[in-house]
Design a protein around this ligand. Structure first.
Ligand SMILES: NC(=O)c1ccc[n+]([C@@H]2O[C@H](COP(=O)([O-])OP(=O)(O)OC[C@H]3O[C@@H](n4cnc5c(N)ncnc54)[C@H](OP(=O)(O)O)[C@@H]3O)[C@@H](O)[C@H]2O)c1
Length: 203
């Protein structure tokens, strides 16, 4: 992905925390993407305000409603993205949406476990599947030699709603690190796990 230089990027959970900062920093790059698909559960709701403000200043931001746990919502979102891309394919998918709640082993209940699994495991798979279908279309249009590079990046312990104020990394630092790591990746890194500083982590 040398130099990032992605033409189209989709970020899930883009209305706050790391996702919102990813959108902000992508837009601030000297070579910003032509399209940034900023996905959130409630783009018109109260928690979408900061993203709406950002989108109002950047016509290349497309706000998209997406609940990663709902196959119907993912399908609708993929349809909107495809309408914008007009067959040119998505270059970069950032599966950022996630949930975390600290609970004791004795206190955790079934609903809580299922909800975490749905959001943090099934959600990214559903979104990746929809993105893969778009890539398949794009491959059919003569990009056959292009591979798919898939990596996981740990953002650090970040000062967001999730990480809390006692976390040791600011959202700005973390996202700068993530984007810098992304820009150094190539096929040899496929399947690898890095932290936000670019250190390879064991699976
Ligand atoms: N912060 C850390 O220290 C830390 C550490 C390790 C890993 N991470 C990972 O980094 C990612 C971002 O974390 P963060 O700190 O930015 O968290 P955050 O501030 O809590 O934001 C989470 C984002 O995910 C969205 N989201 C949750 N469930 C969703 C669903 N079903 N469909 C679509 N969007 C959903 C939220 O949307 P709503 O506003 O609608 O709830 C919000 O935009 C997460 O995957 C998290 O696990 C964070």
């Amino acid at each position: 992905m040398a130099g990032l230089g992605a033409r189209s990027v989709l970020v899930t959970g883009a209305n706050r925390g790391i996702g919102l900062e990813l959108v902000r920093q992508l837009l601030g790059k000297p070579d910003p993407p032509q399209w940034v698909f900023a996905c959130s559960r409630e783009p018109d709701g109260e928690r979408g305000q900061e993203l709406r403000n950002l989108a109002s200043r950047h016509p290349n931001v497309v706000m998209i409603k997406l609940d990663a746990t709902s196959p119907a919502s993912v399908k609708d979102a993929a349809g909107c993205v495809e309408d914008h891309l007009k067959g040119s394919g998505l270059n970069l998918l950032i599966n950022n949406a996630g949930i975390y709640k600290e609970v004791d082993l004795e206190a955790v209940d079934l609903e809580d476990m299922i909800n975490k699994y749905k959001t943090n495991v099934v959600g990214p798979l559903l979104v990746s599947q929809a993105a893969l279908n778009m890539l398949t279309e794009c491959q059919a249009m003569s990009y056959k030699e292009d591979g798919i590079l898939c990596t996981m990046i740990h953002p650090g312990w970040v000062k967001t709603d999730m990480g809390g104020q006692e976390a040791d990394v600011t959202v700005d630092e973390s996202v700068r690190g993530i984007l810098s790591v992304l820009s150094t990746l190539s096929n040899e890194h496929s399947g690898a796990f890095f932290d936000w500083k670019g250190k390879k982590l064991p699976w």
